[in-house]
Design a protein around this ligand. Structure first.
Ligand code: MN
Length: 316
């Protein structure tokens, strides 16, 4: 997915604190159109910018892919983040400036590391017709890798765990969960898991991680609070397990991680720490210098959105 992340999603104000205690804070996602697909943006939201290093979550679809409608996101740049694309239905074609060309299908993890600069396009495959649904997540990179080389991984096999004697299945996208480790690169301590629930289940958590739940299908209740598609359930820190109540089959993404140690600055498709970095990335994409390379795509380049900085000194 391309952003755009702008002042509507993440105004240039200080983030609220990260509760060190368990909680259930429910915030509504914001509807947005990306390419030709409706998405529900659960992160970032006002007051909730990050969960661990997770800094962006777009639940895309379900949408019909036809001859004239599909995910058609032309080449656009990223810095300072990883994109994680995870489909529950349909297909998407990923192309990037590293030369990668990869069809993404349900159950496969597509992970692109931007480092100091990469560009990619996310396209319809051309032949797939049917429903498209999935989630795109961004992970903020730490100081050690955020200016480093770009990279691309695609994992067709991920570890899966049975939950509570057949209550459901957990697929480990990133990090460790129930003793199983994803093969995907991980630059900070974090976890991302797809939970396919058929019955109530209890899952193990790490007390030093903060967590959030994004329900893709059905309803999952946490401490009596129902979470539905179109919202983010922020769960705070300090739990060693989590009880998930379901009355019908449900699908949810559980995100967690150590609270990100540095404030991040997000604009459009860029994650940085300070304004001059965003201004420089914007200038590079606008002038099409060598920083973001070239993507072999027939789709038009997405023009950079000019940074908007508030007049007051509320942000750096
Ligand atoms: Mn993108």
């Amino acid at each position: 997915m391309s952003g755009p992340v702008d002042a509507v999603d993440a105004p240039a104000l200080a983030d609220v604190g990260h509760p060190a205690a368990p909680c259930v804070e429910v915030s509504d996602s914001r509807e947005e159109t990306v390419g030709k697909i409706r998405v529900r943006r659960a992160l970032p939201r006002r007051g909730r910018r990050t969960v661990g290093a997770w800094c962006f979550a777009d639940h895309m679809g379900p949408a019909d892919v036809t001859e004239s409608s599909g995910l058609d996101i032309g080449p656009h740049p990223h810095i300072g983040l990883q994109t994680v694309t995870w489909l529950t239905d349909g297909q998407v074609l990923h192309r990037d400036s590293l030369g990668s060309e990869q069809v993404i299908k349900p159950g496969q993890l597509n992970l692109m590391t931007a480092g100091g600069g990469v560009s990619h396009a996310e396209e319809a495959t051309g032949h797939y017709r049917g429903t498209l649904e999935g989630i795109q997540l961004w992970i903020a990179l730490p100081e050690t890798t955020r200016n480093g080389p770009a990279a691309f991984e695609h994992h067709t096999e991920l570890p899966q765990a049975d939950l509570d004697n057949n209550a459901g299945t957990a697929t480990v996208l990133i990090g460790d969960f129930t003793g199983l480790t994803s093969p995907a690169r991980q630059d900070t301590l974090l976890v991302g898991t797809d939970l396919d629930l058929r019955a109530p289940a209890t899952v193990p958590l790490r007390t030093e991680f903060e967590y959030a739940l994004i329900v893709l299908e059905g309803t999952v209740a946490v401490h009596g609070r129902p979470l539905l598609p179109g919202s983010l359930g922020y769960l705070g820190e300090g739990r060693d397990e989590l009880r998930l109540e379901v009355r019908e089959p449900a699908r949810a993404i559980l995100l967690g991680g150590e609270p990100f140690p540095e404030p991040i600055l997000m604009w459009w498709n860029f994650v940085a720490r300070a304004r001059p970095e965003i201004d420089a990335a914007h200038a590079s994409w606008t002038s099409q210098d060598d920083r973001f390379g070239r993507v072999r795509s027939a789709l038009p380049l997405i023009p950079a959105k000019a940074p908007y900085w508030p007049q007051s000194g509320e942000n750096r």
